[in-house]
Design a protein around this ligand. Structure first.
Ligand code: LRH
Length: 473
């Protein structure tokens, strides 16, 4: 039977947590998920620099894979956040830390590179706007601070680096490569001339491998036999791979970031799309994801950590939601894209300052603070939905909220209200599901992602939120 042995493990790494999820196809039509390992993640300080603790991350991934082998998984694949990379020398040693995209080294640098011409035509070439977090900009910062990249070194994106450390295979994949701002938007190959402007020759970037290709056997000591597959290595693309988007659908892939966009057959790298701040990222099935990188639950996550300290007690997301539902009345709205909010530290103080600017004094409390964050986020997403409609000319009729944020009923309802559109929320583990579906296709269980989604779609939990009339609010 072609579904026999259809068990795979998704390694899904986000900025605030990582997990290994084993997926099993039963009777060819229902997908069951079992989280076999979960760990906290976050940027840590290495001197003055914000870095990812790769030793910890890799050890946690290995522990998760051991549990996955024990649960019968035959293959695994990885997806992670975009843009960050490590440098590996020809002997396979990691050169220096993996710096995180929130580090201050790139502050204002994208604008400077635009000004001096380096990135002048980068949007037309790559479809990616000049953002400080881009890999291209981070490479420029590294070269400015440390000199030319060492001869023979290779730039491996975080999922590629982890794949390399697990199997020894050096390669990359279209979705994660597109977040570098160094890939030609039309040919989906690395842009050799653009790379050259950053002092990078093409041997320094690995080959883009096809979706579903084999990345070798995972070295796990006694737990031999598990193979690694290349899924959509960018979590956004992987999340979109889990859902079948209908014409008129937009998605909000909501985690630490919220990626608000639509899937298209062709890129749209026009001056209007650039002015609207839209990225053309590589999606599943050769699609282009036209999206805006918006702040997601980051502000709420940081706020929760700080409030727990100041209150001297733990908060749960459910408890926060109940307080907001019970006593939030629209108080102050702020620009969630304010650059000061993107850096870690003193989130509470920054929000209090923004509230004071709106004339709101005094102790704000849990309901007001989190309620204001969620409502401000929903308003931002509604603005992006407007911009997407304007730039593409295609009406948006429905919103699919996917990823961890789809569990946040308060936010989903606010998104429906602000956008005036129905919201379908879920799956919460969208990136892991998309990752697993690519693996099941590689196993030969399904002919295409569409086929896989059709088969398992009804086993994935989704909720519906309808927009409320202003008079009901
Ligand atoms: C979301 C995400 C997003 C950006 C950011 C750095 O997790 O992948 O698309 O690239 O992380």
């Amino acid at each position: 039977h072609r579904f026999e042995g259809c068990r795979a493990a998704a390694i899904d790494l986000g900025a605030s947590s990582g997990r290994v999820i084993v997926g099993v196809i039963e009777d060819g039509q229902s997908l069951s998920l079992r989280e076999v390992h979960r760990f906290e993640n976050g940027l840590v300080r290495h001197g003055e620099t914000l870095v990812w603790d790769m030793d910890k991350i890799v050890a946690q991934v290995e522990a998760g894979l051991v549990a996955a082998v024990e649960a019968g998984a035959k293959t695994c694949a990885i997806d992670t956040w975009g843009v960050d990379y490590g440098l590996v020398d020809s002997d396979g040693n990691l050169l220096g830390p993996v710096v995180g995209y929130r580090d201050a080294r790139t502050e204002g640098l994208a604008a400077a590179l635009l000004e001096d011409g380096t990135l002048a035509d980068a949007y037309e070439r790559t479809g990616i706007p000049p953002l400080d977090i881009n890999t291209s900009v981070q490479i420029a910062a590294q070269i400015r601070d440390e000199g030319p990249l060492p001869m023979g070194a290779q730039i491996l994106m975080v999922p590629d680096l982890i794949t390399f450390l697990l199997t020894g295979d050096r390669g990359t994949e279209a979705s994660i490569a597109s977040t570098t701002q160094l890939v030609d938007v039309a040919s989906k190959r690395q842009d050799v001339e653009l790379l050259g402007r950053f002092g990078v020759d093409d041997a320094m970037v690995p080959v883009i491998r096809p979706l579903g290709s084999d990345a070798g056997e995972v070295r796990l000591g006694d737990h031999a036999g598990m193979r690694m597959v290349r899924a959509c290595e960018h979590d956004t693309a992987s999340a979109v791979a889990s859902i079948g988007l209908e014409p008129g659908d937009a998605f909000i892939s909501c985690g630490t970031w919220s990626l608000v966009g639509v899937a298209r057959d062709t890129p749209l790298a026009t001056p209007e799309a650039l002015a609207a701040g839209l990225s053309n990222e590589s999606g599943p099935d050769a699609s282009t994801l036209l999206l805006a990188n918006c702040t997601g639950l980051w502000i709420a996550q940081q706020l929760k950590i700080e409030m727990e300290e100041s209150l001297g007690r733990g908060l749960t997301w459910q408890g926060v939601a109940e307080e907001v539902r019970a006593s939030y009345a629209s108080t102050f709205l702020f620009d969630t894209e304010d650059p000061s909010l993107a850096r870690p530290g003193d989130m509470l103080g920054k929000l209090e300052r923004l509230a004071r600017e709106e004339g709101i004094e005094g102790d704000l409390g849990v309901a007001t603070l989190f309620g204001s964050v969620y409502e401000s986020l929903a308003r931002q997403y509604a603005q992006v939905i407007e911009r997407l409609q304007r730039v593409t000319g295609d009406p948006i009729e429905r919103i699919r909220v996917i990823g961890g944020g789809s569990r946040n009923a308060v936010l989903c309802q606010m998104v429906a209200d602000e956008c005036g559109l129905p919201v379908i929320a879920g799956p919460a583990e969208a990136s892991a599901v998309g990752n697993l579906l690519v693996q099941f296709c590689a196993h030969g269980a399904f002919c295409s992602l569409e086929d896989a989604r059709r088969a398992v779609g009804s086993s994935l939990e989704c909720g519906t939120y309808l927009p409320r009339a202003a008079s009901d609010l």
